[in-house]
Design a protein around this ligand. Sequence first.
Ligand SMILES: Nc1nc2c(c(=O)[nH]1)N[C@H]1C(S)=C(S)[C@@H](COP(=O)(O)OP(=O)(O)OC[C@H]3O[C@@H](n4cnc5c(=O)[nH]c(N)nc54)[C@H](O)[C@@H]3O)O[C@H]1N2
Ligand SMILES: Nc1nc2c(c(=O)[nH]1)N[C@H]1C(S)=C(S)[C@@H](COP(=O)(O)OP(=O)(O)OC[C@H]3O[C@@H](n4cnc5c(=O)[nH]c(N)nc54)[C@H](O)[C@@H]3O)O[C@H]1N2
Ligand code: SF4
Ligand SMILES: [Mo]
Length: 715
Amino acid sequence: MTKKRTICGICEASCGLIATVVDGKLAKIEPDADHPGSGGYACAKGLNFDEVVYDRDRVVHPLRRREDGTFEEVEWEVALKEISKTLRGIVRKDGYEATGLAWGNPMAWNFSGYITTIGMAAALKTKHAYSSSSLDINNYWAAAHMLYGDPTVNLLPDFANTDFALIIGANPMVSRGSMVTTGRIAEVLREIPKRGGRVVVIDPRRTETAKLFEHIAIRPGADAWLLGGIAKIIIDEQLYDAKFVQQSTTGFDSLRASLNGFNLKRVESETGIHGSSITLLARNYAASPRASVYGRCGASLGRHSTLTKYLIDVLSILTGNLDRRGGMIFGVPVFNIAKGARIRGLSGRGRWRTRVDGVQELMGTAPMVCMPREISTPGRGQLRGLIMCSANPVTSAPGSAEFEAALKELELLVCIDPYITETTQHAHWILPPSLWPEREQMPIFTQQQATVPHAQWAKPVINPPTDVRDDWWILDQISRRIGINPSLLPGAQLLGRIGFRPSPSAILNMILRIGSFGDRFGLRKGGLNRGMLQEHGGGVKLADECPVGVLHRKIQTGDGRIRLHQKEILAEIGRMATNSESIDDERLRLFSIRQARSHNSWLHNIPSLVSRTRTCAARINPIDASALGVRSSEDVRLVSDWGEIVVQLDVTDEIIQGAVGLTHGWGHGGLWEQAREAGGAGYNRLTSAGPGDFDRPSGNAVFNGILVRILPVRR
Ligand SMILES: Nc1nc2c(c(=O)[nH]1)N[C@H]1C(S)=C(S)[C@@H](COP(=O)(O)OP(=O)(O)OC[C@H]3O[C@@H](n4cnc5c(=O)[nH]c(N)nc54)[C@H](O)[C@@H]3O)O[C@H]1N2
Ligand SMILES: Nc1nc2c(c(=O)[nH]1)N[C@H]1C(S)=C(S)[C@@H](COP(=O)(O)OP(=O)(O)OC[C@H]3O[C@@H](n4cnc5c(=O)[nH]c(N)nc54)[C@H](O)[C@@H]3O)O[C@H]1N2
Ligand code: SF4
Ligand SMILES: [Mo]
């Protein structure tokens, strides 16, 4: 029996864990009390992950789909040979531009898979590079590119030191934080009121987080109205930090003029929040010496999400809370991803547009919502051969039916995934990847957004089943057979031809060693390298907190100032103001709910995480329920412009009137038996990937604020 330290690879909390291994098998997972980030916290998902590793439905051999839709096991050599033969055929016929890659959320904890994926997309010179970031945070990147000239600039709320935390559309008590990694986030937030500060939660639902603090209920999709309204009050009442604005920004007059339409009456009617509450909120926020504004999925997954994120940042900028202790701060990157992305030409936006919809590229990727049309629209550059890693778009992308239909049209679909899901069942090939306890773990992304800077690089805890391989290895093997090197190293294709193909781990170790915390190959005593981090096993603290006074190093606008004037933002404000789908529509507005023992679409095959009481339901307010004549526990039809589902109803006053909260990630197909039996219905049968149905500047998907009707089930 041995105990090994590792890092959970499921969510952005990136908790430190201790795994007990008995006879080579994962016997127990416990929280690592000494971890500098998570400090002994871990949730049920991480602690029960052995059930995923040993799940009897797990794909542990390469599978080929037969004519009748069933799958047969094949040898790796056969799979790799046939896949590359088909790919080469597509390239011969239609060029590399007919091939593509798509990757989903688990890639964020798979450094080797991730760098090989983006390396492969670069080597294929394809525009078909689709990331789940466009179902999630593309609006962050687009707004950061506009304001700071670099999409990777990410403002972290300094919850540990703030006096006023304004939380917009986030539920950290359940999600454990996103786009920020703050260990024991629940306790850190609870400390704020204890030291005399305030936490105000803006959410259409009285969530697990809202219940603990002050809650202001908002209609789904109305955040930009609220934020613009607050910004206007702060400017009109001269509550802003004129010195900071003058020294650090350009375009203030344009911002001020753009807010003209955000008069209190309109803001009140759009948001459903009383005008006096909005005014008070604006004044209190601005008066607070150390205030932070944090928005997440609720602020990212609606219409106008780039505008919303722009306005979130504008509040910190106006009040001088940017780069201030207790306001918004910047992480300390162990790997300087921002610089690396700039050097390798990934960092940017709008350098090309998608073929069918003409949407701007962002960080070298195209939005997931464009994929169905890229597959089904003929012409040069039509997507014919797709490799998809760790993604389940049929459930998690908007417009489930559009994805299902399009995936079936592909000449080649290869899915690297541990399950036969409602998505991967359409693949010609399913290849079995290792899971995070079976591979080296080093969370490049979350380590750079940690509010207590730390580094960790863990060895695999256990060996994978015989026929299971790391995602990067699978991509590399396919690449070799089609004559490319899936790498972003300068000169990679030439180096590949002469046989120089260092592993992702070796490449990152080299970058670590020459980086600001590195050992400079022995020249800097106490510096970091992979070997010493792996020897230690647990997290190594780099500082007690993130530094402030670093803004000038982050900004890449040329003149060092934040650019408030943005044409695309003005256009978005115009669009939003004239949007007629609004307050007079008698339909209800749909929004998403995440659950503690669930992770998007992929932990529903685990008995200890799925119990009957925790499955899928639509929640509405009692007043709406009585007007509609529906009751708790009854099945109802939810009908949108794009689809309909039948789902169980839960009547609760935690939901604002005029809205429906629906759990996302349920209603499974495919061959994961427990997940199928768990039942429920797919949220994204009600949403759309249509050409007008995403955020224009960023391509981010729209899941929240969809208009729906509740109707009785047809008998
Ligand atoms: N309605 C609605 N839809 C949403 C959201 C919402 O709030 N509401 N949220 C959106 C957000 S924020 C996100 S991030 C997306 C997520 O959407 P996706 O990125 O599609 O991710 P998941 O649905 O979590 O599916 C992950 C897949 O990866 C597989 N997998 C797990 N681990 C590994 C691994 O190590 N290697 C490989 N190769 N595969 C692995 C799982 O089996 C699963 O099939 O969903 C979005 N969809
Ligand atoms: N247990 C668990 N943890 C997770 C996940 C999971 O599925 N389960 N998913 C992970 C992923 S991929 C991500 S991206 C993060 C997300 O992290 P969070 O964003 O913190 O998680 P959500 O629960 O989606 O919180 C969004 C909140 O926005 C509210 N909301 C919806 N629409 C609106 C709106 O229009 N305006 C406002 N103001 N609020 C709105 C919802 O009611 C919800 O409370 O969580 C991660 N952690
Ligand atoms: S799922 Fe997230 S919160 Fe739970 S143990 Fe893993 S990293 Fe921590
Ligand atoms: Mo996400």
